[in-house]
Design a protein around this ligand. Structure first.
Ligand SMILES: [Zn+2]
Length: 386
């Protein structure tokens, strides 16, 4: 899968391409959303998908990561559901299974023994290919909020020895700790019933503490992102509950950024009520639509395979193949292509051909529709040397 870079789209050399990054899909509640996905470490055992949902209303960008540790199931199960969220504004980027190989092996690390969440040293390049590609997503989308979901076997009691469950660690800015405090208060009140399981808030350890290489630490230090690392406990707690904690936490942490339209501002109503309302809405959506009717996933494959490395020349023919697209709960029934970058899908069919134009970076978009009418898009950029 080709890594579609937003900078390519906005810097595209052909005229009329500016609207392409916002190819729109109507969500069930009527707001315009664009959903896109691409694969990191494509073709390797570490291959993992990144999902990008963009609302038509501009706003902040949030990155949510799960599966950094492959045996911390709640994080990636929650992120798999978060990636489907309908957002009101801004951009939601999710990487459900950051270390997909470790997830497949159900280990903290894959066979290589590399702890992925120690490969992001602050101020330096990440130390593995996978870490570099994940960091590439941060550089590409410049998230305002970064949230990494983990779990622990124990309960946090002030030191790390008994485990770090039920804590939201935050970047050092006041906004982060305030947001985390609000989110955990909300959780403790509504979703924690057992004594001792209340969530607390802690700051990331200082840079000279010996604990370096965490994605969230690097995001906090090397970018201006507000960062959170959430730990739920698996101690005598079923998976459903842990997933619920993570999901509700993320919902609280990005509510202002993504889940509230700027047109929705009320007149001084209290925040507790807002949280409840959104909660209800999301729950309804989940019950009525999302769970029963999942979006398809659009995939473009090309022949030749490498269309973005500049090896193509004007006039070369590229075959575009959508047969790797899929629908988790049905069938893909329609394939449409925008081959002239005007935002409308003028070609249909599972495969099509394109004669490479002279543009340096030429975007191609696929839209697939499943049997229940839900759509998804994928975009690639075909690059020629000149
Ligand atoms: Zn972890």
């Amino acid at each position: 899968m080709t890594f579609t870079r937003r900078t390519f789209l906005t810097a595209a050399g052909c005229t009329g391409l500016l609207g392409l990054g916002t190819t729109q899909v109507s969500s069930q509640n009527g707001s315009d959303l664009s959903r896109n996905s691409f694969t990191l470490m494509s073709g390797t055992e570490k291959a993992t998908d990144v999902y990008v949902t963009t609302a038509s209303e501009s706003g902040p960008t949030a990155l949510v990561v799960g599966g950094m540790h492959g045996n911390e199931e709640a994080g990636y199960v929650a992120t798999e559901s978060i990636k489907q969220w309908t957002i009101e504004r801004g951009t939601l980027v999710t990487i459900p299974k950051a270390n997909a190989e470790a997830v497949a092996e159900d280990g903290r690390t894959a066979d290589d023994g590399v702890d992925l969440n120690r490969q992001f040293p602050s101020g330096e390049e990440p130390t593995t290919d996978l870490a570099r590609e994940i960091w590439g997503v941060v550089e590409e989308y410049e998230p305002d909020v970064v949230i990494d979901l983990h779990e622990s076997v124990g309960i946090y009691d002030g030191d790390m020895i008994g485990g770090v469950g039920q804590v939201v660690f935050t970047s050092w800015d006041e906004a982060a700790s305030n947001d985390a405090k609000k989110a955990t208060d909300y959780l403790n009140e509504n979703y924690v019933s057992r004594d001792g399981y209340e969530f607390s808030v802690g700051a990331f350890s200082p840079p000279d503490d010996g604990l370096d290489g965490l994605l969230t630490h690097k995001a906090a230090r090397d970018t201006s992102a507000v960062s959170f690392l959430a730990e739920v406990t698996s101690k005598e707690t079923a998976l459903d509950k842990r997933v619920q904690w993570h999901t509700k936490l993320v919902q609280q942490l990005v509510e202002e950024e993504l889940l509230t339209s700027s047109g929705d501002e009320d007149e001084g109503g209290d925040n507790e009520d807002d949280g409840q309302n959104n909660d209800e809405e999301n729950k309804e959506e989940g019950d009525n639509d999302d769970e029963k009717n999942q979006s398809p996933v659009a995939r473009i494959q090309t022949t030749p395979q490498n269309v973005s490395d500049g090896s193509l020349e004007r006039g070369d023919t590229v075959t575009l193949d959508a047969s790797a697209s899929k629908d988790p709960d049905g069938d893909v029934v329609k394939y449409e292509w925008d081959l002239d970058a005007d935002g409308s899908f003028e070609e249909s069919g599972q495969t099509t051909k394109l004669s490479v134009p002279k543009c340096k970076n030429y975007p191609v978009t696929l839209r697939v529709t499943d049997n229940s009418g839900k759509t998804a898009t994928d975009e690639i950029t075909i690059t020629t040397i000149r």
